[in-house]
Design a protein around this ligand. Structure first.
Ligand code: C2O
Ligand code: CU
Ligand code: CU
Length: 552
């Protein structure tokens, strides 16, 4: 494998073993106390390594992280704020979203933390803003719209850098999709306009997509949920709960640190996993509920579980409802960027459960080659089931809606993920810039052998043609594949020559691809123009694991 080779010709064997031992010793401890002293070498104190001391000068300062219990826990789950519709015309949703710095008091006795977040506003362009003090969740306001609606959102950029809004998963025209080629400059504004077709009901989100700074803009707080509703939703009467999961890496001084080398290599994972912006909230379930869950993390895989004896059903994926509920689940893996609709049952008697993200080994890389142990399990929320006696029992319909097969493909596309690490260049890299916008040298994440180049078309598709895409992962770690502009269907997954047909049909815009796996999907693009496809580990996207699909 490419990863296994990268070190050999750069470092001596002695240094290699020193690296490996040190990395694993630190990791075995699994203690945040130890990790809080970590630097860009994932917990290795490089001053202990004489042969590496020459690099000390260029090593970015270590960010001491806040303790993993530094944020308060146990508050009632916050309700996501909604983006109000300013239009009175039926079928038109109109609003303004401002991306701006805000300050929020997070750590007692420390200065406020500056986030970048989306807020509703009536502002025009013209100025970048100083951070204003707020409280409440960082998550951007929920955009709730209906199939058939025309959506018109004015984006006001009050950041000090260019940005876009990308409507992740929605079938919007290519020139309205916030592509990196169409940035709104600092102080500028831009109106996005699109109409949502019938059949587009589902669970989506919005986030920035500027060239090479998507990761930073998202980890500083820019992301928000979208729900598109259908007039004939078979679950319309069900009480609904929204859980937007995000990840926060917070320094002990209350600042949000830039990406370090390990963040760039494996994708950033913070010490906090937040639900609707808060650590470990409390959720009370008094009757059966429909949950929409977003994995809004930059790189964290969420293997959801309510414990081994709390079963739930999955009723929807990214692009809306399944044909029938998948009952009796005890866990569900959501890759970064992925969403799901679940049915959570209150049960017959009062009980308690913990919503957790269980251990998932996505084969993160160690600097010395080989893999790091997976991250520990994270508690996401505490759930009390308090079924109200006499409450009307809800029956989940056996059939939800048809998900017709896309039909026989008439064209094929091939996407290959690969990576290349040049240790010499990585160690010679200059520290990241003030805002962490600079990307490290020596790390390449590629599609079809090339890093992203905005001037190059990677693949070309014809409008309305069903295509079979094969996405092959020739790296040693998982990468979540995402295609803009359409929902696709996973057809089959192949590993070691064994082909497993997908057990059920679903509309998705995300699919995880494990090392040495080939995932085949059926997809069709309905509108001409440029579409992006990429790994949704946002650091990998910024480092070049992205391509442009030209639809003609
Ligand atoms: Cu959610 Cu191209 O992104
Ligand atoms: Cu997208
Ligand atoms: Cu990736």
């Amino acid at each position: 494998m490419i990863r296994r080779q990268f070190l050999a010709h750069v470092l001596s064997a002695a240094v290699t073993s020193l690296f490996a031992r040190s990395a694993f010793a630190q990791h075995d401890a699994h203690s945040m106390h130890k990790m809080s002293g970590m630097d860009d070498m994932d917990g290795m104190d490089m001053s202990d390594m004489p042969s590496m001391s020459a690099h000390k000068a260029v090593k970015p300062a270590a960010a001491e992280l806040a303790a993993p219990d530094a944020l308060p826990a146990g508050a009632r789950l916050a309700t996501l704020r909604s983006l109000a519709n300013e239009s009175r015309e039926p079928g038109v949703f109109r609003a303004t979203l401002i991306a701006q710095p805000v300050k929020r008091k997070l750590l007692p006795g420390k200065p406020s933390t500056t986030f970048w977040q989306y807020d509703q506003g009536r502002g025009q362009g013209g100025a970048t803003a100083r951070a204003v003090q707020t409280d409440g969740p960082v998550i951007g306001p929920l955009i709730e719209v209906r199939e058939g609606d025309t959506v018109e959102i004015r984006f006001v950029n009050r950041l000090a850098q260019a940005s876009t809004i990308h409507w992740h998963g929605l079938p919007v025209p290519p020139d309205q999709d916030g592509n990196p080629s169409a940035p709104t400059p600092p102080g500028g504004s831009h109106v996005y306009r699109f109409t949502l077709p019938l059949g587009s009901a589902g669970t989506y989100w919005y986030h920035p997509h500027p060239h090479m700074s998507t990761a930073e803009q998202v980890f500083r707080g820019l992301a928000g949920p979208i729900v598109v509703r259908a007039a004939d939703d078979p679950l319309a009467g069900w009480p609904e709960r929204h859980l937007f999961i995000s990840d926060l890496k917070l320094a002990a001084d209350g600042t949000i640190p830039s990406n370090d080398m390990m963040d760039w290599m494996n994708g950033r994972e913070g010490q906090f996993v937040l639900v609707n912006g808060a650590r470990r909230p409390r959720i009370e379930v008094t009757g059966d509920e429909r949950w929409r869950v977003w994995n809004g993390c930059s790189a964290r895989y969420l293997r959801f579980s309510l414990g081994s004896d709390q079963r739930f059903a999955q009723v929807g994926t990214d692009g809306g409802l399944l044909e029938q509920p998948r009952e009796g689940l005890t866990e569900l893996l959501l890759a970064p960027g992925e969403r799901a609709e679940l049915i959570v049952h209150a049960g017959a008697a009062a009980s308690e459960a913990v919503l957790s993200a269980d251990v998932y080994d996505r084969r993160k890389m160690a600097m010395a080659g080989g893999s790091l142990p997976p991250d520990r399990a994270h508690v996401l929320a505490d759930i009390s089931f308090k079924p109200v006696s006499g409450a009307p029992a809800r029956t989940l319909p056996a059939a939800l809606r048809p998900v017709p097969p896309l039909g026989a493909p008439v064209a094929k596309k091939s996407v290959v993920f690969s990576e290349k690490m040049d240790m010499a260049a990585m160690h010679g890299a200059k520290p990241a810039g003030a805002h962490g916008g600079a990307t490290p040298a020596g790390m390449s994440f590629m599609i079809n052998g090339q890093v992203f180049d905005p001037s190059r078309i990677t693949l070309t598709s014809r409008r309305d043609e069903v295509e079979l895409w094969s996405i092959e992962n020739r790296t040693d770690m998982d990468h979540p594949f995402h295609l803009h502009g359409t929902q696709f269907q996973v057809v089959e997954r192949e590993r070691g020559g064994v082909v497993t047909p997908e057990p059920y049909r679903a509309w998705r815009d995300m699919v995880n691809v494990q090392p040495d796996q080939i995932v085949r999907i059926a997809a069709v693009q309905r509108m001409a123009g440029a579409r992006m496809f990429h790994c949704h580990i946002l650091e990998h996207e910024d480092l070049g694991m992205m391509g442009t699909l030209n639809v003609v």
